[in-house]
Design a protein around this ligand. Sequence first.
Ligand code: AHM
Ligand code: MG
Length: 344
Amino acid sequence: MDSSKYALPVGTTLDRFIMRKQEDFPYATGELSQLLRDIALAAKIVNREINRSGLIDIAGAYGDQNVQGEDQQKLDVIANIRFIRALRNGDEVCTIISEEDDELIQTGNVQGKYVVAIDPLDGSSNIDVNVSIGTIFSIYRRVSPTGRAGTVADCLQRGTHQVAAGYVIYGSSTMLVYTTGNGVNGFTYENSLGEFFLSHPAIQIPQSGNIYSVNEGSSDSFSPGVAAFVKQCKGQQFSARYIGSLVADFHRNLLKGGIYLYPATAKGPQGKLRLMYECNPLAFIVEQAGGRSSNGASRTMEIEPQAPHERCPIFIGSRELVERVEAFLAKEKAAEATELVARA
Ligand code: AHM
Ligand code: MG
């Protein structure tokens, strides 16, 4: 999967890794590399704030609501500020979609070639209880000419057009995992040195697994296909593992094999997770690691986005498990069609 001329050894610093990868592309200008470094720097700062969150008065609700009407936590706000500042300070990004901002954010860097979609701090309801949380990001090349502000068309590109995507997990250790379409690599943060080091080179997700991750509190409103799949998982004595923090659930399943599901429910007919900065980046990573991501009917990355904050159902993880749930959903659709014909 990793077509780099030389495999880089475990322990390589993230900076060096990014630099060496850039050398694989003779015409690369270094802007994407710089952008990835900017994100890594902001991640270090956010990591520091998270580690201090029990000590100073920054955890807890901020008292405001974000664009989806959810309570904002102070750390959400802090993380948003940190990432946006890092992206503004670099010259590479013209426009940002952030989970925390209703409108597109124009950085003022009209020459910037890239657009970033970001969830600065996902799983934020877990902040106050010391559960892992994460940052998720996705990078696109703008489609409009440089020299002016980025446009909606720059931001609403299909996931297949991503040039890079990644996440940071602030967990028992802090890790940054990313892809530029050439395999997936994971870096662990060494606090005392302030560096990310390559710890998980060329990550591959097992083709199958025995972990399923879904909020079963909503199971009464699962569609028949999803319900049948979950029943089969139980029949086969799968382990149920659900942290309620997407990055943490995804990361575990990526390394161990398994499936994460956030289907349509009564509360969220389009599911809960956002296409541009939650589903697509993880879909790019999982595919690069040999897995699959789908909305139940088609590949997540092929969905044509309609709005920056749109939601979509997601089934993501080991290829064999995602295909299995898709087969159940195809059966469900066929049964519905037969019933319609019978009724007509
Ligand atoms: P957030 O973006 O407001 O943090 O919400 C996203 C989170 C995911 O991390 C997690 O997988 C999901 O919401 C959990 O939702 P639920 O509590 O409905 O199971
Ligand atoms: Mg989120």
